[in-house]
Design a protein around this ligand. Structure first.
Ligand SMILES: *Cc1c(COP(=O)(O)O)cnc(C)c1O
Length: 385
């Protein structure tokens, strides 16, 4: 048993030609240096400059939406996306328990309450069949709005998350949102370059959030973006994330409590170089997936997650599901000790002390997967350079 994991560690090190392989590293070349240097030379490194607009336009084009608003990080993007979409204090927001903490925190910043639901084994994201049954049992419709019968609070929105880049069953989720009059806000933080039935993730709801943190498929150092087809929402998001200042040549007039969430120009310069490489990254992620399929097929009691049916995944983080008799901690120990950085999936939100009292459905799939999922190195292979 241990033997095959040491073998995998050696195979991964050989694949990357390194003694230590990080989980996910940024990939830079001369382009990043060129744009960032240019940005520094202009002096416009901070809250004003042309790279922000350019990055927003290129991102919107890549995703296939009308508008993108660049912000300081993905959490801030989610916070403002939820706010402009109409989530209010005391609303409940449906989300997977199996997610990164940012999803739940962004909801909390608005004084709203995360309401955790289960995921499917196929997508690792919200399971629409289970969700519909659950909403029928826990929900009551009044005035065309859904309320939680147990808490009396309004259930306002659904925030599916495309885990490790694998799209959730969006047709199913969209149908539920229509049926129960819920706002759909996608947490597409991990899924830039992932498509559901040929359409980019983050374009199925009212508005979505993307992250460009250092470990994501492309990075701006730290950064995020709100994407939407709704001009009014985009304008409002831009206004709120730039301190709600009324445009004027010199006067400081602000018309509500805004946020200093704007992405600095120097980060956007990095982003402009990175987004040009998206097609290359996607290609190299596929090359890596093929290699891992081969390596894992020789192993026992472990399975590599591949893109769900009807989707094209960006394969942001490569994911293994261990068999029932595997010892996850032992596997992590062997890989990490042999120079191959590997990590467990996040502790589900409902098990964290801040969120343990939040409303939740049956979470048996979540708890099952949590015990068995690990991520292994996923940086796009360099070969083609
Ligand atoms: C990365 C990530 C975010 C946003 O993270 P930031 O670090 O704030 O950019 C949000 N949700 C998920 C699921 C993520 O993986």
């Amino acid at each position: 048993m241990n033997q095959q994991w040491m073998q995998l560690a050696n195979d991964i090190k050989a694949l990357y030609g390194k003694d230590f392989v990080p989980l996910h590293e940024p990939t830079f070349d001369e382009k990043e240096i060129e744009y960032v240097t240019d940005c520094i030379k202009t002096g416009w490194v901070s809250s004003v400059g042309e790279y922000v607009t350019r990055f927003e336009q290129e991102l919107a084009k890549f995703v296939g939406v009308k508008r993108a608003v660049a912000v300081v990080n993905g959490t801030a993007a989610l916070h403002i996306a939820l706010k402009v979409a109409g989530v209010e204090a005391n609303d409940e927001v449906i989300m997977p328990s199996l997610t990164f903490i940012a999803t739940a925190n962004a909801v909390s910043y608005l004084g709203a309450i995360p309401h955790f639901v289960d995921v499917s084994y196929d997508t690792l994201g919200v399971d629409p069949t289970k969700l519909e049954q659950y909403l029928k049992s826990v929900g009551a419709v009044r005035n065309n709005q859904l309320f939680n019968k147990n808490t009396g609070r309004r259930i306002r929105a659904v925030v599916p998350m495309h885990t490790f880049g694998h799209p959730v069953d969006l047709d199913g989720i969209v149908e539920i949102c229509d049926k129960f009059n819920l706002i759909l806000v996608e947490d597409a933080a991990e899924s830039l370059g992932s498509y559901y039935k040929g359409k980019h993730t983050g374009t199925f709801g009212k508005i979505s959030a993307i992250s460009f943190n250092g470990n994501k498929i492309i990075t701006t150092g730290g950064g995020g973006a709100i994407v939407t087809d709704d001009d009014l929402l985009a304008d409002y998001a831009k206004h709120l994330t730039t301190t709600a200042k009324i445009p004027h040549r010199w006067a400081y007039e602000h018309d509500e409590i805004g946020y200093n969430y704007r992405m600095p120009n120097i980060n956007a310069a990095l982003g402009c170089a990175q987004i040009e490489k998206m097609p290359h990254f996607i290609k190299q992620k596929k090359v890596l997936t093929e290699k891992y399929i081969q390596l894992v097929s020789r192993m026992k009691g472990v399975r590599l997650i591949v893109e769900p049916e009807n989707t094209t995944s960006n394969y942001w983080l490569q994911t293994l599901i261990l068999g029932d008799n595997s010892d996850k901690d032992k596997v992590l120990e062997i890989l990490n000790e042999h120079g191959v950085m590997s990590r467990p999936i996040w502790t589900p939100m409902h098990l964290l002390k801040m969120y343990q009292h939040c409303p939740k459905s049956d979470l048996s799939n979540t708890e099952h997967l949590e015990q068995r999922i690990i991520n292994i190195p996923s940086t796009p292979l360099k070969e083609v350079y």
